[in-house]
Design a protein around this ligand. Structure first.
Ligand code: SF4
Length: 442
């Protein structure tokens, strides 16, 4: 068992000091393909929750009791195994997500970070985020996570309306959320994010905007807006299907989103991604890796990863999914060092489609330099420059293709899904016509 000792405390202390460094406005130029294959972000999944929220279809379990020591050992083992298999030398960021990772003990978080720092380089200023639910995150607990090495919190606030929180099956009230938020800001100044949901059944635009404005009096420098998605198998889905609740209105949700992003812009937030807003440079570098199609390792039950295996002679990146159910996952980790259930090699076109769809989610879009990392021969201009349909999108001001690269305008970002209906087939067509070259890490 890896016990956090002097080294972990040393890493956590260095990370604490690094937290005071000024932040930058963007994530910088992409590394070379060679270097990129040696770097990754790390996602750690804590699969347990106190109670099932009515809308949630994530991979989570409501246990009678958690065998935390066994879970901790397995998270540590799997992190080490995947770091070795991938040959990743530098971990840029760590994200503890769930489930409800604020229910895990800070000791577990410290043990995972120490194992990562022992196996690869985890710079002292790496972003280490923990998702926290207001009811499992008292001030002293948050401080203990900070001492364990966490330097950023993402709080699942969801709503400032108690009846909405009840409808969502959350365990906290609006007051609990605001108290946790204040405490989190005191402990992690400038490094606290909150989630707010929109598009709930019976929700109205005016009161929701009122909530957002109220939140602006309390929030830190990062905020995420998520539209409720009604998922089959959830309580909320059944309630809507049976007519106990009205179906969410997509038009109203679109109006909330448009008005919400305008309010945030007015308040000095940069919409740096479809759902994410930051000011004072407080972008999430972990999520930035996903949008830039960087490598990431997924540790824990049901976690997803995307990385290249080292030492196999293959230059193909794989999508990996870990076994979903925690007890089975633990058995597999104990048996073979990791609980990977599925490995799917990503074809080059598939990877380029991801580069396109993920990159366009950000306000920076896809720079020519970034695209070249994945496809040196077929340029963005080759793919999109001559297309009449793309020209139309450019003329409509939804898309920009210039010497920086390809990106959505402010208006385009809100309708990205519909833009991709044109852009993805165009990429596939160009791919079939072109003769692209193999790319290391591609
Ligand atoms: S706390 Fe999060 S993961 Fe757990 S049930 Fe609620 S929404 Fe799902």
């Amino acid at each position: 068992m890896a016990v956090p000792g002097a080294r972990a405390r040393g890493w956590a202390a260095a990370a604490k000091a690094a937290q005071r460094r000024p932040r930058v406005e963007d994530a910088g130029a992409p590394p070379s393909p060679e270097l990129a294959s040696r770097r990754a972000a790390l996602y750690v999944h804590w699969p347990y929750c106190e109670k099932r929220c009515s809308y949630c279809n994530f991979n989570k379990y409501i246990p009678r009791g958690v065998q935390e020591a066994a879970m901790r050992n397995c998270l540590v083992t799997e992190a080490q195994t995947l770091l070795q298999l991938s040959g990743v030398r530098r971990v840029e960021s760590v994200f503890f997500g769930g489930g409800t990772p604020s229910l895990a003990s800070p000791h577990t978080v410290a043990a995972v970070l120490e194992a990562v720092a022992r196996t690869a380089h985890l710079p002292a200023d790496s972003e280490v985020t923990l998702e926290a639910n207001p009811t499992s995150a008292s001030g002293s607990r948050l401080a203990a996570f900070g001492a364990a090495g966490v330097n950023r919190l993402s709080i699942g606030l969801q709503s400032l309306d108690d009846s909405e929180l009840q409808l969502l099956g959350r365990t906290h009230s609006a007051n609990d959320a605001l108290r946790t938020l204040a405490e989190a800001r005191r402990l992690f100044p400038g490094r606290v994010s909150v989630d707010l949901m929109l598009g709930l059944p019976a929700q109205r635009v005016g009161p929701w905007i009122g909530q957002l404005q109220e939140l602006l009096h309390h929030c830190d420098d990062h905020l995420s807006l998520y539209q409720l998605s009604l998922e089959r198998g959830t309580t909320l889905f059944t309630q809507v299907r049976q007519g106990a609740l009205p179906a969410p209105d997509p038009e109203l949700a679109a109006e909330m989103y448009q008005k919400g992003r305008a309010v945030l812009r007015e308040a000095g937030f940069r919409q740096y991604e479809v759902s994410n807003f930051a000011r004072n440079g407080a972008l999430s570098t972990h999520n930035w890796t996903y949008w830039q199609c960087g490598q990431y390792l997924g540790v824990g039950p049901g976690a997803h990863g995307r990385f290249m295996l080292q030492g196999t002679g293959s230059h193909t990146r794989e999508a990996r999914i870990q076994t979903l159910e925690p007890d089975n996952w633990m058995k597999e980790v104990m048996l073979s060092g990791h609980g990977t259930r599925k490995r799917v090699p990503l074809g080059k076109l598939e990877l380029l489609e991801e580069v396109l769809a993920m990159g366009l989610r950000t306000d920076v879009g896809i720079t020519h330099q970034h695209w070249q990392q994945f496809e040196p021969q077929l340029t963005l201009n080759d793919v999109f420059g001559a297309s009449e349909e793309v020209k139309l999108l450019l003329e409509q001001g939804l898309l920009l293709l210039d010497d920086r690269g390809l990106r959505c305008s402010w208006e385009g970002l809100a309708v990205l899904d519909s833009l991709l209906l044109t852009l993805l087939p165009r990429l596939q067509e160009a791919w079939q016509q072109g003769t692209p070259s193999p790319v290391p890490g591609g």
